[in-house]
Design a protein. Structure first.
Ligand code: PLP
Length: 387
């Protein structure tokens, strides 16, 4: 099938929920993908922060093949080793005693956080979130999200979310009321335009949560899994801060669907038997792939690579004409333009470079963590040509 034929199938049979680029991909290798007409692209969108090892990584193929030949799914009525081992690994990577719950996506992981907060609150149910945040497309997810455009047409929203200005500790302190149970934030806002929290803001939130008896919850769906140069995105900003709960998804299994949360003790047992569930959550297959991905990230020191390549890209991108600002941490990169982002992203595709819009003027680059210096140079040249 060529690109036009694939696109026409979508026009007829797939719900038009996405504004898609007119590109249809059939194959990927490392940081590159090929469309159905044979054109090659440097994939710096990374499936929106998902393909942490790039495309067709042999470790992912091996884990998928081996585990699928042994045991794919059992339900959570039973125990399986991969889920237990992945939970142990995640607890070790966070570095504080706690436990995990597994699901399939970022939106679903955040749902578990909302329910954890309500259990913790025992009557207090309000969660403070932030302007420009993004927490997913479930009904509670759009209620938590601090952007009007995702809510329109879906009212009434889920009660109990209030949005406050990001990086403004005084505003947060003033917003806490008798019903507030938790604060939820992306330590680096992704969809909102690559906006990192300030270190003093994260530390201040921790202090406020301790003083006022609130859970501090981090949505690391986009900024986690090593992308910022640390497994935990917030540790790239304030390594001394320990949250009460964290959500992950996207890159955790390098493209195979999985979501997870971690909650620290003494909150890790709040969601007891019968309170929460997910049929596909933590299957042996998904967990085996995630374990393989985490092993490659560690063995090949990809977090150090993410830091180094990210810094290099920032320096080079800052020098480009038409670029007003370059923000980000590690390989979570935002290039702010003097003009609107969407026409530039279309031009980039013509030049064989994929990126993702954020806000109206930011082009996001979320390349695989094993990206090379040569690929970084190539991306900068293609971006320059597109500007
Ligand atoms: N949280 C953040 C920070 C995200 O960036 C996203 C997706 O972009 C989500 C949650 C939702 O994740 P999913 O699309 O897997 O439900």
């Amino acid at each position: 099938m060529n690109s036009a034929e694939i696109i026409s199938l979508f026009e007829q049979y797939v719900m038009p929920t996405y504004g898609r680029y007119p590109l249809a991909f059939v194959r990927g290798q490392g940081a590159r993908v090929w469309d159905a007409d044979g054109k090659e692209y440097l994939d710096f969108g990374g499936g929106i922060a998902v393909n942490v090892l790039g495309h067709s990584h042999p470790a992912i193929t091996a884990a998928l093949t081996q585990q699928s030949q042994v045991l794919i799914h059992t339900s959570n009525l039973y125990y399986t080793a991969p889920q237990g081992l992945l939970a142990k690994k995640l607890v070790e990577l966070v570095g504080s005693a706690g436990k995990c719950f597994f699901c399939n996506s970022g939106g679903e992981a955040n749902e578990a956080l909302y329910k954890l907060a309500r259990k913790f609150g025992a009557g207090r149910y309000e969660i403070l979130t932030f302007h420009n945040s993004f927490h997913g497309r479930t009904l509670a997810g759009i209620s938590a999200t601090g952007q009007e455009k995702v809510k329109k047409g879906f009212e009434p929203l889920v009660d109990g979310f209030r949005h406050v200005p990001f990086n403004d500790l005084d505003a947060v302190a003033k917003a806490i009321g008798p019903k507030t149970a938790a604060i939820l934030l992306e330590p680096i806002q992704g969809e909102g335009g690559i906006e990192p929290a300030r270190p003093d803001f994260l530390r201040g939130l921790r202090r406020l949560c301790d003083e006022r008896g609130l859970l501090l919850m981090f949505d690391e769906v986009q900024c986690g899994i090593g992308r910022t140069g640390d497994f935990c995105g917030w540790k790239s900003i304030a390594p001394d801060v320990v949250p009460d709960a964290v959500s992950w998804a996207k890159g955790l299994a390098g493209g195979f669907p999985i979501g997870a949360i971690w909650a620290r003790q003494p909150y890790a047992d709040l969601l007891g038997p019968g309170t929460h569930a997910s049929t596909f959550g933590g299957t042996p297959l998904a967990c085996a792939v995630a374990l393989a991905v985490l092993a490659v990230i560690e063995r090949e020191q990809l977090m150090a690579n993410a830091r180094a390549q990210g810094e290099y890209f920032q320096t080079r991108a800052r020098a480009l004409p038409g670029v007003t600002q370059v923000r980000g941490v590690g390989l979570m990169l935002g290039v702010e333009l003097a003009v609107e982002n969407k026409p530039v992203i279309a031009k980039m595709a013509e030049h064989g470079l994929l990126g993702v819009p954020a806000g109206t003027k930011v082009v996001r680059f979320l390349p695989p963590l094993n990206v090379t210096r040569a690929e970084m140079d190539e991306a900068v040249e293609k971006l320059k040509a597109s500007l």
